[in-house]
Design a protein around this ligand. Structure first.
Ligand code: ADP
Length: 228
């Protein structure tokens, strides 16, 4: 599903944030990406959805090589990938429904299918009853649910999340993690950078640890392995 071969990323300021990364993630896997701040987790994640290009090496998602993908083809590739951010990135002037529908409108889904798909997805994240509300009327956890709904509404093969519980309290973080687990159980591959030690050590999945731009550990049903 996702393949990285000898991937390096050097930023223009000279920082090497990825250094010889080799990784294979199978369809349906759930992978946590852990490591200290500045280790290169976001860079690793961003290269997977082509927010950053590697300086060298190849990254293939579902058979498409992201390193050589033309910019014009990026939107097409993003249909296969849902992305969830720490700070939600919702459109503040649009309702919950419109935020999720927007993800389908940009890929020119048939209008007839949009309502059904959006309402089914809002139901899955437990927010059907708040479809008409604005993001500012929601709690942080609810906003993250909207952003998860937006990321999965077009049934992507992979959902990539960068610290999705970073702004949330512990109880809300568990609720959000349970939603990701449910999405994964339905067959979607999940790759998630996280600092949430308790969750990583409880809901067991593969753990990839990055330090200094290198993969230093890759374990099935691994532990978080850091003090904080
Ligand atoms: P993490 O997500 O683990 O905190 P990052 O991938 O954000 O790590 O950062 C890895 C290294 O790359 C850090 O030294 C960071 O300062 C640097 N870095 C990240 N993004 C950029 C950028 N756009 N330009 C230059 N350096 C960057």
């Amino acid at each position: 599903m996702i393949d990285m071969k000898d991937v390096y990323k050097r930023y223009p300021n000279g920082v090497t944030a990825a250094s010889g990364i080799d990784i294979h993630i199978k369809q349906g896997e759930f992978v946590y990406v852990v490591g200290p701040s500045g280790a290169g987790k976001s860079t690793f994640i961003k290269m997977m959805y082509r927010e950053e290009k590697p300086s060298s090496g190849t990254i293939t998602i579902d058979g498409v090589n992201l390193a050589t993908l033309r910019n014009a083809k990026v939107p097409l590739m993003r249909r296969k990938i849902g992305v969830v951010f720490q700070d939600f990135k919702l459109l503040q002037t649009l309702t919950v429904y419109e935020n999720v529908a927007f993800a389908l409108e940009v890929i020119e889904e048939h209008p007839k299918n949009i309502k059904k798909q959006v309402m089914e997805t809002l139901d899955l994240v437990g927010l059907k009853h708040k479809a008409r509300m604005l993001p500012t009327e929601l709690s942080g956890g609810e906003q993250q649910r909207v952003s998860i709904a937006r990321s999965i509404v077009n049934s992507p093969k992979v959902v990539i999340a960068d610290e999705p519980t970073g702004n949330l309290d512990p109880d809300t973080s568990w609720e959000i993690m349970n939603i990701f687990d449910e999405i994964n159980t339905r067959g979607t591959t999940v790759v998630m950078a996280t600092h949430n030690k308790e969750i990583v050590n409880t809901i067991k999945h593969r753990v990839i640890a990055i330090e200094g731009g290198r993969i230093v550990r890759d374990e099935q049903r691994g532990d978080y392995g850091y003090e904080s």
